[in-house]
Ligand binder design. Structure first.
Ligand SMILES: [Zn+2]
Length: 137
């Protein structure tokens, strides 16, 4: 996922937290918690901090750190039942307008070669068949 894609997925999650009325809460990073002891909202509140950190890393051109935080956010969304793994994979693969085909300019794409473990896929232009984005393991 490139920076533009990570930014878009982060924006989806920021909107979702607002829809769920989840407010930011700073947790004690030294606190040991066990799943089931906290309500889901406490885990989701932590996503705000992770979102801010991920956006900061993108600004600093540290995409690997942004990816790491995105993984944490997506794990929280999954374990709290906000999104299924399938929905998260769909968000990761959702073509954006910046994915216009470099060869013909079309934004009409299709996914191929879905990796069942990573849940990432190659994106092809439906108009000319060129790679729009190749999954990069
Ligand atoms: Zn094309």
């Amino acid at each position: 996922m490139d920076q533009a894609k990570v930014k878009e997925v982060l924006a989806i999650y920021r909107t979702k937290l607002a829809e769920l009325h989840i407010l930011k809460r700073d947790i004690d990073v030294g606190e040991r918690i066990c799943y089931g002891e906290w309500p889901s909202s406490e885990f989701l509140a932590q996503c705000h901090t992770a979102l801010e950190c991920a956006e900061f890393h993108i600004q600093m051109d540290r995409i690997r750190e942004a990816h790491r935080l995105l993984g944490i956010i997506q794990s929280i969304f999954w374990m709290t039942g906000v999104y299924t793994l399938e929905e998260i994979a769909e968000q990761n693969n959702m073509p954006g307008p910046w994915w216009a085909c470099k060869d013909c300019g079309s934004q009409d794409h299709e996914k191929r070669n879905m990796n069942k473990v990573a849940r990432e896929a190659d994106i092809y232009c439906k108009s000319c068949g060129a790679f729009v984005r190749q999954w990069n393991p």
